[in-house]
Ligand binder design. Structure first.
Ligand SMILES: [Zn+2]
Length: 334
């Protein structure tokens, strides 16, 4: 069977990273920007490794030049997501790519994204919420105006704060100022850790940034005490198996190559709250349907397992109670 039509909750996506390649190519043509080098002959995104992926990602982002482009991007992304049964999605959005960290410009970009999100909610039955995201490899100083943008716009559409980008740049504590600002404003927190940096990066992220969710977090599997700590603290992991296998994320000091070696099953068996997401689906050749199908094939997950997965994700979602109730109904009706 295929899980395409089953309703799904997805917490870990990057808005620009969900951009269909054809959409980015179209924008590049309209604006006469030559980014032909970032595509393979078959039209998919082309890159060698994780750092090159970040470069290609940023090159793709150069085509997104104003609020109207982000309106169109959000619309294109949500159409794709809805076609895979997603009824609730959270996505990382970055003021660094939307107005260069200026709050006034950021508000205009957000309004455009929210208009597209409202239309998709009405027309497609998918709710989108945004999580303002620090780009780690831009450095700790750049994280402060990002946190200001987050705090100033925390509300209906913006529901949380987090950090993505190059995990091996600096240590989590270097970004504590920005996370403290967001926490003091009442924002729930997430941070990428343990995709490349192993258990110590996960442990420091929990200790120094006091997050509610961890993006990936799979490196925790190397340390059973840390796994126990995660279980006891109730922190939820945003696991992205397809992304991890595609990029060969670091587990036990080597690159993850096969779905069967992915630690999601062991983490779940240990009692960790796991959720499943696509991260940057067209970059990694995946969709939520593929993720569900591969988990069913690899670990024999059943419809019941996927229902639990959806509920865990909805419980951990950063949205308000009304949205949570609406999404719960959408999950029940199938
Ligand atoms: Zn990510």
């Amino acid at each position: 069977m295929t899980y395409k039509s089953m309703p799904k909750v997805e917490l870990h996506t990057h808005l620009e990273g969900c951009a269909p390649p054809a959409f980015i190519r179209g924008l590049a043509q309209e604006k006469s920007i030559d980014i032909s080098g970032i595509f393979n002959a078959d039209g998919t995104y082309a890159y060698r490794d994780f750092n090159h992926f970040l470069e290609v990602y940023e090159a793709a982002c150069t085509t997104l030049q104003g609020p109207e482009d982000f309106y169109r991007l959000t619309k294109a992304v949500l159409e794709e997501s809805a076609s895979h049964g997603i009824v609730y999605q959270e996505t990382f959005v970055s003021p660094d790519f939307c107005g260069g960290g200026d709050v006034t410009a950021w508000r205009e970009y957000l309004a455009a994204m929210q208009t597209a999100a409202d239309e998709a909610d009405r027309d497609l039955g998918i709710t989108l919420k945004g999580v303002v995201t620090v780009i780690r490899h831009f450095g700790p100083e750049a994280s402060k105006p990002t946190a200001t943008c987050a705090v100033e716009t925390f509300g209906d559409f913006i529901t949380g704060f987090g950090m993505a980008g190059g995990e091996m740049v600096g240590r989590p504590g270097d970004y504590a100022y920005a996370f403290d600002m967001a926490r003091e404003a009442g924002m729930p927190l997430t941070c990428h850790a343990g995709e490349w940096g192993g258990p110590s990066m996960v442990a420091e992220t929990l200790r120094d940034l006091k997050v509610d969710l961890i993006g990936h977090g799979i490196g925790a599997i190397e340390d059973s005490n840390l796994v126990r700590q995660i279980v006891e603290s109730g922190v939820t992991l945003e696991v992205c198996p397809g992304s991890n296998v595609f990029l060969k994320a670091n587990v036990f000091g080597k690159g993850l190559e096969r779905w069967g070696d992915h630690p999601i099953q062991k983490l779940r068996d240990a009692g960790v709250k796991v959720t499943v997401s696509t991260d940057d689906p067209p970059f990694f050749g995946t969709t939520m349907t593929d993720e569900f199908n591969m988990l069913a094939q690899t670990f024999d997950w059943t419809e019941d397992d996927f229902r639990t997965l959806n509920q865990t994700a909805l419980d951990a979602a950063f949205c308000d109670a009304d949205t949570r109730a609406t999404v719960a109904k959408r999950l029940e009706t199938e």
